[in-house]
Every structure is written in structure tokens, then in C-alpha cells.
Design a protein around this ligand. Structure first.
Ligand SMILES: Cc1cc2nc3c(=O)[nH]c(=O)nc-3n(C[C@H](O)[C@H](O)[C@H](O)COP(=O)(O)OP(=O)(O)OC[C@H]3O[C@@H](n4cnc5c(N)ncnc54)[C@H](O)[C@@H]3O)c2cc1C
Length: 400
């Protein structure tokens, strides 16, 4: 018999709202509890991979994302000194996806679009200013206690409350892994790098033994868009030094010799981790997105992996909620935690190591591998299945 209590989703970030959309699509009532007084407007993640867009299309969100983002059909690996190593065309994936490209679009646009789609749907409710302090599994239901002491009951709770997840901590689940010593600096500028690097793709990763970086073009609310440049920074430097205009100029000077005077719109410095929760499921308490796993941004897999969690979990939880399945929630943990470790963690660490390789042999091997893959359509297809996370979804579907 159907449990009349709603599913509680903690956090109205992209993962929480996708989980809500998937549950609502399957006729399950959802209460979203969000600490903020409104949806976040932070830029943060800006990469959406092909299968993620295929999933978002089910809620009517992908088309609106495409309208508000930049379609990036190409991805490049480059070297500062030797130009292009390899250019990959996502168009070769047209046989397996309706969105054969990377979409560059700020993640806050997704949360706004999803909220707009969900807000009037029967069964959906959202409470802003609702900071969850603790959750408890009472056997037949869950209770979320807010910071002000209010108690809210649900059938299950999904912690989509980000890397510092109160839900994960309240459930006593460890977040094993490590923190990279260097922090990452993101600088954004309206200067169009294509005017000085004519063959530059909208998504370009620069391998460099001294200091790798990447360049991504996003809408950014500017007529011609914004370029986001991300650089690693030394652990020995203070925040003040790294966030100074002089430091930004010195980093920008690495992009193209002789130029360092680009107008800067944003400077963000953040710590980067590789961590995975010990389980994504403990009884009626579930984790998804950054609450369950975090990784470096090379390859744009964190946010996308979180959306893949939310869709996988939403569909399974709906079956349990309706009483159509005994318990498929352990399968969610096996599938999503499995590919998070096997694919997302491994791939993002490899991506970083490829770009920062210091030994000439390792640099040459990476260059040769990428150049060969890009020049052979079958190899390019295989490589792009991996980087666009289609392989990780196929692997998850095989796990039983
Ligand atoms: C600078 C930067 C660049 C990034 N670039 C990329 C990229 O290019 N591609 C990519 O895939 N990923 C990227 N990421 C990672 C991406 O932003 C995250 O993976 C993504 O935001 C995870 O979404 P989420 O919904 O799980 O968590 P979040 O977006 O962190 O959302 C969590 C929500 O929970 C709320 N919340 C927190 N605690 C509580 C509580 N106790 N009670 C109630 N509500 C609570 C928060 O207010 C928030 O709204 C980047 C991250 C950063 C910082």
C-alpha cells in the first residue's frame, strides 16, 4: 500500500531539484527543504554532458537550457607552446544521444528552470529558509529536524545538501578520500580569446608541465559571453596573494605571451577533493550529488554525476514508494557508488595527471594518444563515450 508521506529532499541545488522532478514525474509527492531563502545564483558548474541533457529533456528542461547556454560541439587539448594537440567533435555521438555536444550553461539556470517547471505541479512543495540539522530513520518513516526545532516527517529522505551534507553527517556516514594540496583559481573575463587564438574551441584544456589550465566559454550574462580560466595555485600562497589583481595578470599572461591585461569579472578560489561517502543508502536515508561524492572539475563530471544519481534514485524510490518493488535502493547504491569510484573518481584524477605531467615521456604519450584518438573516427567515438559519461551510465546499468 502506498505510503502517504512525501519524500523529503534536502537541498534545492541542481541534484535536489532533479531528484524532485523525477519523483514528481512518477507521481510521488516531494517536500524540498532548502536552507537558503532563495535558489542559489552562484555560477559554479557550467558543463552539461550529452546524457545529462537527454535526462533533463524528460522534464522539459533541456531545451530551455540549450536556449540559455552555449552549445560547444568541439573540445580541444592544447599545449601552450605547441598549439593544438587534438580536437574532438562531439557530433560523432549523434548515434547514441539527442544532444551530441557539451552544453556550457551556468548551473543556477538549471535550478531556476526546474523550479519553474515544478512549482505548480501537484505534490511538489518547497520550503526556503529550512536548514536541516538532523535526520532520523524511524523504521517506518523518517524525521528531519530543522535548526529551529521544527520536525518534518517523510517516507524517505534524500540528502542533496552538498559537500558538507548535514544529512550525511547525521547518518554517521564517512566521506573517505583526500584533498589536493593546491587550490583552484577561476578567473572570468569578457575578453574573447578567439580574437588572439583563432582556432580556439569553447572547451579547451591546456597541458603544461609548469602550470596546466583550462578555458571554457559560458554565457555569463555578457553579450559575447565570458571566458572562465581555471588554474591550480601553490599551497604556500595566501588567499590575499592569489586573489590579487597582480596574481590574476600573471596567470592570464600564461594563456598567450605578451597579453595580461584582461578585464576580470569574477575571481573564485576553492579547495578540491576526491571523496566518496561510504554508502549512498542507509535505511530510509539516501545521498546524491555532492553530498555523496566530490571530485576535481577536470572533465565536468561532478554535477553531471549528481544528476545521474538523482535520476537513478528517483525512479527506484518511486517504485518503492508505490509499493511496486520490495527494495531496490541497495541497487541504487551499488550502481551509482560503483561507477562513482570506478569511473568518475578515476577519470577525473587521470584527467588532472595528464594535464600536469612533468616527465617528457608522459607528456609525449598523452599527446600521441589524444592525437591518434582524434584522427580516427572509431577511436574518437570510443573516447567521447568515456568523457561524456555515457560509458559510466552503461556500466551502472550492468550492475545488479
Ligand atoms: C567553482 C566551481 C566550479 C565547478 N565546475 C563544475 C563543472 O564545470 N562541471 C561539473 O559537473 N561540476 C562543477 N562543479 C561542481 C558542482 O558545482 C557541484 O557538483 C554541484 O553544485 C552539486 O550539486 P548538488 O545539488 O549536489 O549540491 P549543491 O549545488 O551544493 O546544492 C546543495 C543545496 O543544499 C542546500 N543546503 C546545504 N545544507 C543544507 C541544510 N543543512 N539544510 C537545507 N539545505 C541545505 C544548499 O543551500 C544548496 O542549495 C563546480 C564547483 C565549483 C565550486
Amino acid at each position: 500500500m502506498a505510503d502517504p508521506k512525501p519524500v523529503l529532499v534536502v537541498g534545492a541545488g541542481p541534484v535536489g531539484l532533479v531528484a524532485a522532478a523525477e519523483l514528481i514525474r512518477h507521481g510521488v509527492p516531494v517536500t524540498v527543504l532548502e536552507e537558503g531563502t532563495e535558489l542559489s545564483g552562484e555560477m559554479r558548474g557550467s558543463t552539461f554532458h550529452a546524457p545529462t541533457l537527454d535526462m533533463l529533456a524528460e522534464y522539459g528542461a533541456a531545451e530551455r537550457m540549450v536556449e540559455q547556454g552555449f552549445v560547444a560541439p568541439l573540445m580541444q587539448y592544447r599545449r601552450r607552446d605547441h598549439g593544438v594537440i587534438a580536437t574532438f567533435d562531439f557530433g560523432v555521438l549523434a548515434d547514441v544521444t539527442r544532444h551530441p555536444f557539451r552544453l556550457q550553461c551556468e548551473q543556477f539556470k538549471l535550478t531556476r528552470i526546474l523550479h519553474d517547471i515544478l512549482k505548480d505541479k501537484p505534490g511538489f512543495s518547497i520550503r526556503f529558509g529550512a536548514k536541516v540539522a538532523a535526520v532520523a530513520d524511524e523504521g517506518s518513516h523518517v524525521v528531519a529536524t530543522l535548526a529551529d526545532g521544527t520536525r518534518i516527517e517523510g517516507s524517505h529522505v534524500i540528502g542533496c545538501d552538498g559537500a558538507h551534507s548535514a544529512v550525511r553527517k547525521s547518518a554517521g556516514l564517512s566521506f573517505e578520500g583526500f584533498t589536493w594540496p593546491e587550490r583552484f583559481l577561476v578567473l572570468s573575463t569578457p575578453f574573447d580569446f578567439r580574437s588572439i587564438i583563432p582556432d580556439l574551441a569553447d572547451v579547451s584544456y591546456y597541458a603544461d608541465p609548469e602550470e596546466w589550465f583550462f578555458l571554457l566559454r559560458v554565457p555569463g550574462g555578457e553579450p559575447g559571453g565570458l571566458w572562465r580560466a581555471m588554474f591550480p595555485t601553490s599551497a604556500e600562497l595566501s588567499d590575499e596573494e592569489i586573489l590579487s589583481p597582480e596574481f590574476a595578470r600573471a596567470r592570464f599572461a600564461r594563456i598567450k605571451a605578451g597579453r595580461d591585461d584582461y578585464p576580470t569579472r569574477h575571481r573564485t578560489l576553492y579547495r578540491v577533493h576526491q571523496r566518496v561517502a561510504e554508502t549512498f543508502r542507509k535505511g530510509r536515508i539516501l545521498l546524491a550529488g555532492d553530498a555523496a561524492h566530490i571530485n576535481n572539475p577536470l572533465g565536468g563530471m561532478g554535477l553531471n554525476g549528481g544528476v545521474h544519481d538523482a535520476v537513478n534514485l528517483g525512479a527506484k524510490l518511486a517504485r518503492v514508494w508505490h509499493g511496486d518493488a520490495e527494495d531496490v535502493l541497495d541497487l541504487y547504491d551499488r550502481q551509482r557508488r560503483g561507477v562513482t569510484v570506478e569511473h568518475v573518481q578515476r577519470q577525473t584524477i587521470t584527467n588532472k595527471q595528464n594535464l600536469e605531467a612533468k616527465e617528457p615521456e608522459a607528456q609525449a604519450a598523452f599527446r600521441d594518444r589524444m592525437a591518434e584518438a582524434a584522427s580516427d573516427p572509431a577511436k574518437a567515438h570510443a573516447y567521447l563515450l568515456q568523457v561524456s559519461m555515457i560509458n559510466s551510465l552503461r556500466r551502472a546499468a550492468e550492475i545488479d
